[in-house]
Ligand binder design. Structure first.
Ligand SMILES: [Zn+2]
Length: 414
């Protein structure tokens, strides 16, 4: 069995090293301090007995657990990221261990009156009686995604120590800068050499995801004409009024605050204007590829319409694709989801299969040739002071990894 103490020690060892990434940096990793944990992880992988441990110039770590059977099995991979979100500070994380959680309020910080309460975070009640790891209320925890790292390392260690569990070749990969959208950018899929992989980067126990948004950004620039307001009749063009027309012509209910599940949206997230020029920044999201393309067309049509209405080019719209729904790449290899689902069922975990309303590194990797669904890592309330993770969920995720390895080998035995 995997011991709780061992998991807690490993996990707290990771989260107390600050690895916050920085979207304004041009380097990889985006922050120098990510090397502190990266180097430590590479050493640890060697210590537990992994082979071919490598860390490249961008701090991407890869390692191999060789097959222990004599027939051919696909190579599978497990991936997680070691940076934490720049949304909230990750410096001086001081993890708190709550044994046998009683289902009541948890005082994270008495001095600042910061309370983690099931009144706001109902999910806490799922973990009554379990051991929770929380913050002290002043930082994020970093279970996103150091829980994932802890699970992968612990699973590899378990498989090494229990050679009676038969498995094929397994690759593990740890990346920097996922939180700033660059985790997959410099991931060498060819070097990784897996037939498929799983990111261990979901939240609640049981989560299994192979669908995400198709995503694009749109920048709408409206040019006006400034004239002295006292003498502006028939001359002034106020770009802010045209911007308002543009905004109001898009469906008001197809916005993030009115949509859920598989419903897509237009999201105006920034707007800056003067008479002379107004800039609108949108993101466009939709799981369905057809609807996604239609949304982009609507914006272009609206642009053309307003231009012809004003008899000149007042608006220009620049749309840029960001990422795509991995479903397209997963469906032809659906057994990789089935294996994960079966692994959970065999471990008495109820699979929660749902579409991600966002993107993952796995979606980018899937389009780079490495099909890559996402599996729960166990944490909740990511990117803030209320982040927590039940130790039992980390252990379960560790077992899921071992079980997937085992089932993949069994499936290919004739
Ligand atoms: Zn993450």
């Amino acid at each position: 069995m995997i011991s709780k103490e061992h998991i807690i020690k490993r996990f707290t060892g990771y989260v107390t090293i600050d690895t916050e990434s920085d979207p304004n940096s041009k380097t990889t990793p985006s922050t120098e301090k990510q090397w502190d944990l990266a180097n430590k992880l590479a050493e640890e992988l060697k210590t537990i007995g992994m082979q071919d441990v490598s860390i490249d110039d961008n701090a991407y770590i890869m390692a191999t657990l060789p097959s222990n059977i004599d027939y051919d099995v696909p190579t599978i991979g497990f991936i997680s990221h070691f940076d934490t979100s720049p949304d909230f500070t990750g410096a001086n994380v001081n993890p708190q261990i709550i044994e046998a959680y009683d289902g009541k309020d948890i005082v994270l910080n008495e001095a600042e009156n910061i309370i983690l309460s099931p009144d706001y975070f109902e999910d806490l009640l799922l973990y009554k009686g379990q051991t929770l790891i929380t913050t002290d209320g002043t930082t994020l925890l970093g279970a996103d995604d150091k829980a994932g790292i802890c699970e992968i390392v612990s699973a590899m260690e378990y498989l090494i120590n229990n050679p009676e569990i038969k498995h094929g070749k397994i690759r593990v990969g740890f990346t920097p800068d996922e939180e700033i959208g660059r985790g997959a950018h410099k991931f060498d899929v060819e070097k990784f050499g897996a037939d498929w992989a799983y990111t261990m980067d979901g939240s609640q126990i049981g989560e299994l995801e192979y669908e995400n948004f198709n995503a694009a950004s749109a920048v709408v620039t409206i040019k006006g004409k400034i004239v002295h307001p006292g003498y502006a009749k028939g001359k002034m063009i106020n770009s802010m009024y045209i911007a308002t027309e543009f905004i109001n012509s898009l469906p008001r209910l197809e916005t993030p605050e009115h949509t859920e599940d598989y419903q897509g949206f237009f999201h105006l997230h920034d707007m800056e204007g003067s008479v002379e020029e107004t800039k609108l920044q949108y993101i466009i999201r939709d799981h369905d590829k057809g609807h996604f393309e239609a949304r982009k067309e609507v914006m272009e049509k609206l642009t053309n319409e307003l231009n012809s209405q004003y008899g000149m080019e007042v608006i220009s719209t620049q749309i840029k694709d960001q990422y795509f729904n991995m479903r397209e790449k997963i469906e032809p290899v659906m057994h990789i989801v089935d294996i994960a689902e079966e692994a959970m069922k065999q471990l008495d975990i109820k699979p929660l299969i749902k579409a991600i309303r966002g993107g993952t590194d796995g979606s980018q990797l899937s389009y780079m040739g490495l099909p890559c669904p996402n599996i729960f890592a166990g944490g909740h309330n990511f990117h803030g002071r209320y982040e927590y993770v039940p130790v039992e969920s980390i252990i379960k995720a560790t077992e899921v990894i071992c079980k997937i390895a085992e089932l993949t080998a069994l499936r290919n035995k004739n």
